[in-house]
Write a protein that binds this ligand. Structure first.
Ligand code: FMN
Length: 237
């Protein structure tokens, strides 16, 4: 089998579960993804402390394993690019943008919080595409994206922005593993139509680093975006 196996560990503290990492490596995983699924709900915890939590977990894990380690990040850091560089200095070799935190719903009849699993849609991929584009060229870490990737178009946008890897989950749950063959064929067709000879040729070509005006890229042409809205027919203000 030529497909590399990347195991995923999920936790929020530098606790004993990190021992699992060694067991996963011994079982033959090629790399490890560390998913810090942490929601900072303590009002006395600072942003720096939340970042330190990630760094402590990485520092506890890395000496235990020799396989590459990637970290799956929340999208809610004040300065993601700087934080990713700090993770890289700590020995992390890949980052995954971003964790998709599940939002509990509120049942208005029972007045109870209800755990709800809503699968993603393509629109969510744009946040990941954007940050892959911001990050490209600023790190030697591999850049993976996860969250909202359903179609060949979604995946191609991520590659153009600068991602190395695109994860699929909701799309596979909804359409089954046969989707992968369709996606790869659709991507291949697009590459041929656009006369790209390799993925490397397009990767990062629409990143902030390669933008004619990086400041506009970072601000995503805010005013133009707002101006592009038109009121639907029949709606009166
Ligand atoms: C049913 C289900 C189970 C999941 N289990 C895990 C898990 O064990 N570890 C993890 O890191 N992410 C887990 N995820 C998150 C996915 O890996 C992925 O990051 C997320 O669903 C966003 O990608 P998507 O839009 O392709 O679904 C799970 C998602 C779903 C829907």
């Amino acid at each position: 089998m030529e497909i590399p196996v990347i195991a995923s560990l999920n936790g929020v503290t530098a606790g004993g579960w990190l021992e699992c990492a060694l067991a996963i490596q011994d079982a033959g995983a090629d790399a490890l993804e560390l998913n810090v699924y942490y929601v900072p709900g303590d009002s006395s915890e600072t942003g720096a402390a939340v970042e330190q939590r990630y760094l402590d977990i990485v520092a506890a894990l890395l000496p235990k394993v020799s396989i590459p380690v990637a970290v799956k990040l929340s999208s809610q850091f004040s300065a993601p690019l700087d934080f990713i560089r700090t993770l890289e200095q700590g020995g992390v070799q890949g980052v995954c943008l971003f964790n998709r935190f599940y939002q509990p719903d509120i049942d208005l009849d029972t007045l109870a919080m209800v755990p709800t699993l809503n699968l993603s849609s393509s629109i969510e991929s744009l946040l990941r595409v954007r940050w892959a584009g911001m990050l490209y060229g600023h790190t030697d870490c591999g850049i993976a994206v996860t969250g909202g990737f359903h179609t060949a178009a979604d995946a191609l946008k991520a590659l153009l922005a600068g991602a190395d890897v695109v994860h699929l989950c909701s799309a596979l749950l909804q359409q089954g593993p046969g989707l992968i063959e369709t996606l790869l064929a659709d991507m291949q067709r697009w590459l041929e139509e656009k006369e790209y000879s390799s993925v490397n040729q397009l990767r990062g070509s629409l990143s902030c680093r390669h933008a004619p005006n990086p400041a506009d890229y970072a601000r995503a042409n805010y005013i133009d975006v707002l101006d592009s809205y038109s009121v639907p027919d029949g709606v009166e203000f």
